[in-house]
Design a protein around this ligand. Structure first.
Ligand code: FAD
Length: 350
C-alpha cells in the first residue's frame, strides 16, 4: 500500500475535527483526497462523555444543543447574585457523545481514512510526508491549572432552565480560587461542578470533597448519573512549534471548543494550499491580556472573587461573553476598565 498523504496524531476533538474539515473541503471541490489520512489514537476508542459549553452568537450546526440566555455570578462572602442576560450571545452546551458521534460517522464512512486505535504515536512508524500532531501538553507544561470535578444529578426542586450559574459561590479554599458551576440539563437535572484555578493541580479527591459540600448545600440526595473531571491548562510554559499541545485552549479561561474548531478549519486550509500548519491559536492582544489574568492567579489569587465579580457587574452580558470567547481589543480595554485598578496595575510589574 502507498504511504499515507497525512498522519494525524491524536483522535481527540482537534484531530477528528481537522480530518472532518479536510474531507469537507475536498467534497466541496468534488475531488478525491490526494491519499490516505491515518489517525493514530492511543486509546481504544475515540470520543468521550464530557460536555462542551461555550458562549457564541450562533447555535452549533447539525448538533443537538442546549441554549442559555442568562448567566449568574455570586461570591460566598456577600449575598449578592448577579444575573446577566445576553442579547447577541447565548451560552451553549453540547454533549461530547453527540460531537464525537457526528465526527466519527462522517470520518468513518470515508474509504480513504484509517483510524489506528490503541496505538501510541511513540511506537508508530510515520511514513507520510505530512504530520499534524495534536497531542496535548503534559501537566508540567501548564503554568496554571484549572482543575474541576462534576456530576450530573437530579435536584429535589425546579431550576430555571434558561440560566447557567457560571461562577457561583466564588471563594478561597486552601488558598485557591474556587467556584461552583451549575448548568441545567432539564428543569430538575443539572451538571454541577467545583472548579479551582491554581498554580498546582488540585487533588481531585479534595475537590470531590468540596463538591459533596456543594451538593449538600443544594439539597442533592440522589446518586449522580454521570461524572466529569479534568485538569486543563491555563497558560503554557512553552509554545510547541510543531505540535498543537493544547495551545488552542484559552489561557485565561480554559474554554477550548470553538477555538479547537477554528484551528481545525484554518489548519485544513493550510494543508490544502500547502502552507505550514500554525499551532499558536491566539492573537497577540489576547495573549497579553491573558498573561495579566494568569499573574493574578499566581500572585494575588485572593483578589479573584472580587475581580470576576467586578468585571461581570460592570460589563454588559454580551461583553462578558465576548471576553470569555474571542475578545477584540475593544472588549479587552473594557475589561481592563472594569477590573479593580490596583490588582490590574500590579500585574504590569514583573
Ligand atoms: C472534562 C473536560 C471538560 C471540558 N469542558 C469544556 C467546555 O465545557 N468548553 C470548552 O470550550 N472546552 C472544554 N474542555 C476543553 C476541551 O477538551 C478542549 O478544548 C478540547 O477537547 C481539546 O481537544 P484536543 O483534541 O486538543 O485534545 P484531547 O481531546 O485531549 O485529544 C488529544 C488526543 O490525543 C491522544 N493522545 C495523547 N497522547 C498520544 C500518543 N502518544 N499517541 C497517540 N495518541 C495520543 C489522546 O488520547 C487524545 O484522544 C474540557 C475538557 C475536559 C477534559
Amino acid at each position: 500500500m502507498s504511504n499515507p498523504w497525512l498522519t494525524i496524531i491524536g483522535g481527540g476533538l482537534a484531530g477528528l475535527s481537522l480530518c472532518d474539515e479536510l474531507l469537507s473541503h475536498f467534497r466541496k471541490l468534488q475531488q478525491p483526497l490526494p491519499g490516505r489520512i491515518v489517525i493514530v489514537e492511543r486509546r481504544e476508542h475515540c470520543g468521550d462523555n464530557q460536555t462542551y459549553s461555550f458562549f457564541s452568537k450562533r447555535p452549533p450546526i447539525a448538533l443537538p444543543y442546549s441554549k442559555f440566555s442568562q448567566w449568574s455570578f455570586s461570591q460566598q462572602t456577600t449575598s449578592q447574585v448577579l444575573l446577566k442576560k445576553g442579547f447577541r450571545f447565548n451560552y451553549y452546551r453540547l454533549r461530547g457523545v453527540d460531537v464525537f458521534q457526528q465526527l466519527l460517522t462522517r470520518i468513518g464512512q470515508h474509504p480513504q481514512v484509517e483510524l489506528q486505535l490503541g496505538v501510541d504515536a511513540e511506537s508508530y512508524p510515520v511514513t507520510s510526508e505530512q504530520v499534524v500532531d495534536t497531542r496535548p501538553c503534559d501537566a508540567g507544561q501548564m503554568r496554571v491549572k484549572q482543575s474541576f470535578v462534576g456530576v450530573e444529578v437530579e435536584l429535589p426542586y425546579y431550576i430555571d432552565p434558561n440560566t447557567v450559574r457560571l461562577m457561583t459561590n466564588m471563594r478561597m479554599l486552601d488558598g485557591c480560587f474556587t467556584f461552583d458551576y451549575v448548568i441545567p440539563l432539564s428543569p430538575r437535572k443539572a451538571l454541577i461542578e467545583v472548579t479551582q484555578f491554581a498554580v498546582e493541580p488540585a487533588s481531585l479527591d479534595t475537590l470531590s470533597g468540596y463538591l459533596q459540600q456543594t451538593l449538600h448545600a443544594l439539597g442533592v440526595t440522589k446518586p449522580p448519573s454521570r461524572h466529569e473531571r479534568g485538569i486543563l491548562p491555563m497558560g503554557l510554559q512553552c509554545q510547541y512549534a510543531d505540535r498543537l499541545g493544547s495551545q488552542q485552549i484559552r489561557s485565561a479561561t480554559g474554554y477550548g471548543y470553538l477555538e479547537t474548531k477554528a484551528w481545525a478549519r484554518r489548519s485544513a486550509q493550510a494543508i490544502m494550499y500547502q502552507r505550514p500548519v500554525d499551532y499558536v491559536a491566539q492573537s497577540a492582544h489576547q495573549r497579553w491580556f491573558d498573561e495579566r489574568l494568569l499573574r493574578v492567579i499566581e500572585q494575588q489569587p485572593e483578589q479573584l472573587p472580587r475581580v470576576f465579580m467586578q468585571i461581570a457587574s460592570r460589563l454588559s452580558a454580551d461583553n462578558f461573553a465576548r471576553f470569555m470567547s474571542q475578545p477584540t481589543v475593544l472588549t479587552l480595554l473594557k475589561v481592563i476598565a472594569a477590573a479593580p485598578k490596583r490588582t490590574f496595575l500590579r500585574t504590569l510589574h514583573d
